[in-house]
Write a protein that binds this ligand. Structure first.
Ligand SMILES: Cc1cc2nc3c(=O)[nH]c(=O)nc-3n(C[C@H](O)[C@H](O)[C@H](O)COP(=O)(O)OP(=O)(O)OC[C@H]3O[C@@H](n4cnc5c(N)ncnc54)[C@H](O)[C@@H]3O)c2cc1C
Length: 392
């Protein structure tokens, strides 16, 4: 198997690198506090991506994408991660848009996709509820026919980017008498609709990423139903497969491990006054290095499937499981390599290495194995769909 770029892919990689060198001359690290919205730099950079069709490079040309291959998209993602570039809205581009491409009507695609490709619009995902997380099909939010609309009542929780989003992909129960998986429908909901209330939740890393969202007699036009009524569960699975394929970033993981190796060789390169690492930490670093290579191979597998027009299912679950648990191991190792320096949280203190990314990610990575479905759920999926083991 040859993982090297073809001549065409080499040229594309050079084009992306050149663009990033020009447009991101000063960027040298992720700022976990910058958030997604608002900042002028972010919006200007999105405009530059949009001008090239690079907000979602692999989307079809007829909907405003650049029509690039999935492999080119992968190369693009690698270069963006290597340059630590700001990314377009992860939900809009990563899984709401791709689900609409598969399941939306022509009118729905025309309406939503070109707007997503501007890079300026956020979406959120209204799946989880206080009583429905892993057992998502138990969700209780109701959508009831009324004239040309559905009327929605209920509550969602852990809604990432709900405070910034223009649109939500919403799962709501349309038939309370059907078996639980068969009475759910999939909608696009305008977050500015009367009756929608968004309340912030702050995570343990101190950032406001997710929210509670309440619906009180919210009217959703019938044309916002995606797919068939009561078949939303199957669309929700498509979305989750795209989401799980996207959660772990093997390139980002390789970068942080490389940073740690550099610091372990010579702490003074990071301005640290401390002794080198001990034997146990050295061994851990080797393990993390090997594991990031494995994570990279797993992401190649996903890309290869997508390039063949397949939607990864248990493969996405296996990759999500491995890369999110790896993320936690990486930041535990990072804490040992950086010692007290690793614990400085916040962007301004002089000793916050990598803009406080290690302390932030040490805390934030706990959530990686919960969001998009917990590790236990991914193991269940791999066990049943992947290995054919019995449900217990
Ligand atoms: C950072 C973050 C962002 C999120 N963003 C969103 C979002 O944007 N939109 C959204 O809809 N949701 C979002 N979520 C919610 C997420 O999808 C749920 O938290 C997750 O699915 C788990 O559900 P739960 O929290 O209700 O836990 P529960 O389902 O109550 O699970 C509790 C524990 O029981 C275990 N468990 C449950 N069922 C089984 C089983 N069958 N077998 C083995 N173990 C089991 C779980 O693994 C877990 O350890 C987000 C979560 C986080 C942490």
């Amino acid at each position: 198997m040859d993982f090297h770029d073809s001549p065409q892919e080499t040229a594309f990689r050079a084009e992306v690198r050149d663009f990033l060198r020009r447009e991101l001359p000063q960027r040298g690290g992720i700022d976990p506090y910058a958030g997604f919205g608002g900042a002028d730099f972010y919006l200007q950079f999105m405009d530059k991506l949009a001008a090239r069709g690079w907000v979602a490079p692999a989307w079809p040309k007829e909907y405003g994408g650049a029509g690039l291959s999935v492999v080119q998209q992968f190369i693009f993602n690698q270069e963006m991660a290597t340059a630590r570039a700001p990314r377009p809205s992860p939900i809009a581009v990563g899984f709401a848009g791709p689900t609409l491409i598969v399941h939306g009507t022509e009118d729905q695609k025309q309406k939503y996709l070109s707007e997503i490709l501007s890079g300026r619009v956020h979406w959120c995902q209204g799946y989880s509820e206080p009583g429905a997380g892993s057992d998502l099909a138990s969700l209780q939010t109701r959508a009831v026919h009324d004239g040309d609309d559905y009327v929605v009542n209920g509550q969602k929780i852990w809604t990432s980017l709900g405070h910034l989003a223009k649109w939500m992909i919403l799962l709501a129960r349309t038939d309370p008498d059907a078996p639980k998986h068969r009475g759910i429908s999939y909608f696009v909901l305008d977050m500015k609709s009367p009756g929608v209330t968004v309340r912030p939740l702050v995570n343990m890393a101190g950032t406001h990423e997710f929210n509670e969202v309440f619906f009180e007699d919210v009217r959703v036009p019938r044309e916002n139903l995606i797919g068939e009524e009561n078949r939303g569960w199957y669309l929700a699975q498509t979305t989750l497969s795209f989401e799980r394929s996207n959660i772990g970033s093997a390139v980002g993981q390789q970068q942080i491990v490389e940073d740690l190796i550099r610091v372990a060789k010579d702490p003074s390169t990071a301005g640290m006054r401390m002794d080198g690492i001990n034997h146990a930490v050295r061994t851990e670093l080797v393990d993390r290095y090997v594991e990031t290579e494995v994570a990279t191979m797993m992401s190649y597998r996903i890309v290869t499937m997508q390039a063949r027009g397949l939607i990864p299912s248990q493969e996405a679950s296996a990759a999500k499981l491995f890369s999110t648990e790896l993320n936690q191991r990486i930041y535990r190792t990072a804490m040992k390599v950086l010692g007290p320096y690793g614990q400085v949280l916040g962007r301004s203190p002089a000793h916050a290495l990598l803009k406080g990314q290690v302390a932030y990610m040490y805390l934030r990575s706990v959530a990686n194995t919960i969001e998009g479905g917990t590790s236990e759920i991914q193991r269940n999926i791999v066990a049943t769909r992947g290995l054919g083991l019995p449900r217990n």
